[in-house]
Every structure is written in structure tokens, then in C-alpha cells.
Design a protein around this ligand. Structure first.
Ligand SMILES: [Zn+2]
Length: 208
């Protein structure tokens, strides 16, 4: 039997690409691909161009790894931010969540992920070494560990703590105000604000 039922190659490839997107299953991928196929050419190509532009024009801040146009980001550049405090988060979405509070005046460090052995993500895949160098360069008095309050977030925080331990900088962890297992990006401002406000210094014994 021939594979007559299989869509021709470019369509099959588009379905495969859509399937890679988070939360998109086989059926949705197929529906999206056929939608693109039926769309006017200009509309379909606008999607392709938007995807290309986001990859070409948006880069990472070389200091904190938050999204930027490739240069130093607006937060790192702002003259009124407290440069002695660095809040370490997993992803740019978490920076946006903390910024929504409007109360945090320090800087950030985006790890660009979390330690997740099951997904093949180790500590060396994150920006931990860049953070260590940033703190070692001086001027930072407190590093707040703002990774998610779940198993992988806690594990990631531990790796960061270990990397910073020899530097003698104060390391704090956001409070457990956020229900365990829920994500920073979805936490309400009140809960997130309380978690940041109630951060606790980690005992020396825990830091080595
Ligand atoms: Zn930055």
C-alpha cells in the first residue's frame, strides 16, 4: 500500500513544525497547517516573517540575559536601579512578572532555563557561570534566588548557591508565599510581592 493518505512533503513538514510548539497536539498541528495552506499568501508569509524577525532582531542582554535588541537591556541601563541587588529567575517571562509588581528596584539575572535532567538540561546549559563572573566582578551585595518553588526550581537554586558560595555574597531565597508547584509567571501580584518581600537569607551551613 502506498502512502497516499500522507500529506505531500511541504505540508507534512509544516505539520511537524507546528507539533513542536508547546501545547500543540497532532490534531491542532494539522488544523493550523491546513489553515496556512488556505490563507492568502501575504497573510501566511506575514507569520513567517514575524518568526524570522523575532529570531533576528531580539537577542539577549549581555549582562543579565533578559530579552533585548541585542545590546544592554533597558533594566540594566536604567540609572535608578539598585545595582547591588540581583534577582535570579529562570526565564524572561519571570522578569516581566516581577516588573509588573513595580516595587522591585534591583537588577535581574535570567538563567535561560532550569536544571532538568529529564529534558537534558544541566547547570552548564544555564547562565550560572556568567552570574558567578558578574558577582565576582564586585558591586553585588545580595543575590535573590527567584527560581520557581518546585522540585526543579529548588534544584536550580541549589546549583546557583553552590556556584556563588565561595564569593561570600549574601544569598536569599524568595519566600514560600507562592503555592508549591505553581509558577512565578502566573502568580498574582500580591503573592509574588509577598514572596519577594519575605525572602530569607540562607544560612552559611546551607551555602556550601
Ligand atoms: Zn540586562
Amino acid at each position: 500500500m502506498t502512502r497516499m493518505a500522507e500529506p505531500p512533503d511541504p505540508l507534512g513538514r509544516l505539520i511537524e513544525e507546528f507539533r513542536r510548539l508547546p501545547g500543540v497536539g497532532a490534531k491542532t498541528a494539522e488544523r493550523l497547517a491546513y489553515h496556512v495552506l488556505r490563507s492568502p499568501e501575504a497573510e501566511a508569509l506575514a507569520l513567517a516573517v514575524a518568526i524570522r524577525d523575532v529570531k533576528e532582531r531580539i537577542g539577549h542582554c549581555p549582562v543579565c540575559f533578559h530579552l533585548s535588541d541585542g545590546g544592554i537591556c533597558a533594566i540594566c541601563r536604567a540609572p535608578d536601579r539598585d545595582r547591588a541587588t540581583v534577582l535570579v529567575v529562570e526565564q524572561p517571562k519571570d522578569v516581566i512578572a516581577f516588573e509588573r509588581l513595580g516595587t522591585y528596584r534591583g537588577l535581574y539575572h535570567v538563567l535561560q532555563g532550569r536544571v532538568a535532567p529529564i529534558d537534558g538540561m544541566g547547570p552548564e546549559d544555564l547562565t550560572i557561570e556568567a552570574l558567578r563572573r558578574r558577582v565576582a566582578a564586585g558591586g553585588v551585595r545580595e543575590v535573590i534566588l527567584g527560581t520557581n518553588p518546585d522540585l526543579e526550581g529548588d534544584g536550580t537554586a541549589l546549583h546557583v548557591r553552590r556556584a556563588l558560595a565561595p564569593l561570600g555574597v549574601t544569598v536569599t531565597r524568595i519566600a514560600r508565599g507562592i503555592p508549591r508547584g505553581s509558577a512565578i509567571e502566573f502568580a498574582s501580584n500580591v503573592i509574588l510581592g509577598d514572596a519577594l518581600e519575605g525572602r530569607q537569607a540562607l544560612a552559611d551551613a546551607e551555602r556550601d
